[in-house]
Design a protein around this ligand. Structure first.
Ligand SMILES: [Zn+2]
Length: 133
């Protein structure tokens, strides 16, 4: 195996080790849209660190993860779920949710209104600025 592939395999293994904790924290619901009974996968906050960390990872369904990976395909209706998740007490969930909301707020009125009402702790606000989605 090449070095890069070996690294990738190690990372996937480390991420899968987080699965149990993610399942417990999320109670098997997508941490962004609350969908359950579907496949959930770890989604890492950007910028991605060397070692996967529960505090920088969320459990997301395929719809959420697919849109996070392609912000141009955003469907504003799907993201109505942000009404709840932007208030999450789980820092990585709040960070991703607010990043999405910020992106939507540029064009979508309800998102702009919600963004205006947000209270974000300074240490979370700082992290929101560090990356996209
Ligand atoms: Zn979801």
């Amino acid at each position: 195996m090449s070095k890069a592939r070996e690294k990738h395999a190690e990372r996937l293994e480390a991420l899968s080790l987080l699965g149990k904790d993610l399942t417990r924290r999320s109670r098997s619901h997508c941490e962004l849209c609350d969908a359950h009974g579907i496949k959930l996968a770890p989604y890492e906050l950007k910028p991605v660190q060397d070692t996967p960390d529960l505090e920088r990872t969320i459990f997301a369904c395929e719809v959420c993860a697919g849109q996070l990976n392609k912000p141009k395909t955003f469907s504003p209706d799907h993201w109505r779920c942000l009404n709840t998740s932007v208030w999450s007490e789980v820092p990585p969930v709040q960070i991703v949710a607010v990043r999405v909301l910020k992106h939507l707020a540029e064009n979508v009125e309800w998102a702009a209104d919600l963004y205006d009402q947000l209270y974000i702790a300074p240490e979370i606000a700082e992290q929101i600025e560090l990356g996209e989605m």
